[in-house]
Design a binder for this molecule. Sequence first.
Ligand code: LLP
Length: 377
Amino acid sequence: MNIDFSHIADLFGTPTYVYDASEIRKRIRMVCSVFKGHEFSILFALKANSNSALLRLMAEEGVGADVVSSGELVAAKRAGMKPVLWNGNGKTVQDKKFFVKQGFDILSLDSVEELEMWHDSDLVKLLRVNPNIDARTHPHISTGMKHHKFGVAVEEIHKVADKIDGLHVHIGSQITSVEPYRAAYTQLVEEIKKHNFKTLDLGGGWGIDYNGESLDIDQMRSVINTVFSGFSGRLIVELGRFIAGPAGSLLTRVVKVKKGEKTFIVTDAGMNNLIRPALYDAFHRIRVLEPVGPASLCDVVGPLCETGDKLGSNRYLELPAEGSLLLVEDTGAYGFSMASNYNGMPLPAEVMWEDNSPRLIRRRQTIEEMYSNVILD
Ligand code: LLP
């Protein structure tokens, strides 16, 4: 799809997240193809992106929601997503009241203790299991080892087996090998048979191609088909990054090109808009849309007062001119959703590109709005 980024920048300014609707639809269909032949539900993990306009498009494709807060529940409901699953290791009594009032479908219990909170409810209840498996991803986004705070050991399942409907496992995010999945699912399928459970939530975490490595979807299909060949219940998958990540780009304008031993390309987007490079040393491809000079060694940095405020380090990029546009790619997941007002910066705009035209799906925040809940007197 040829997105007219320069038209978008003229219409809505920068920095702006731009999402390609057709890419989202295409990726949802890829997920469907993995589960063909099984009874399955695809949920989108709203923590990756909770813009209800994008979510509505997913709902049209039959996608439900994995939510972790009352805020995400509202976004999912506005978009008409169904079913809704509530995940989380710290569900509060206030949240519970809100969720029960609004209505939702599936609950993932993070502990045996949590069951007490729900003994009188007839929701579908899953127990999150911690399979003690290394997902071989960034330590901050690895969740399936016994020293991590999530889930309960397989040995605990029997304590609540007669009060739950199934199991849930999520071992981490940006996983690029199928082997940790195979190991986790093989453990769970044994437990499922033992207790005759009818539902299994396989979590998310499918790794995308930020820099040449990604999860092999054909291998994933083969793991699912092999491990679950004798299982006739419902499989659930809760994916964030895989569905939205490659569909989004952060469009930003070059503020300065500062030449020296290393050239610094200063953009109007920084760690306030996209924190992944600063927080995880994450790599995102950067595309210079209107190059004017030869390839040079560059750091692409934001305008914030912090050395970690970078979008990319040590890149060979054809030099842009001041005022021209850059794209930071694969930022549809965990981009806007992790943005902040750090350094007094309003949140960026979001635009959806569909049927060859741009549609504003979130206005840029104004300074007024940013401070609207501050109490001065
Ligand atoms: N299910 C559970 C229980 C999760 O905790 C997560 C993500 C997902 C599903 C979706 O994972 P995905 O398919 O998107 O990998 N901020 C980090 C990612 C944190 C992921 C947290 N949990 C980043 O920017 O890489």
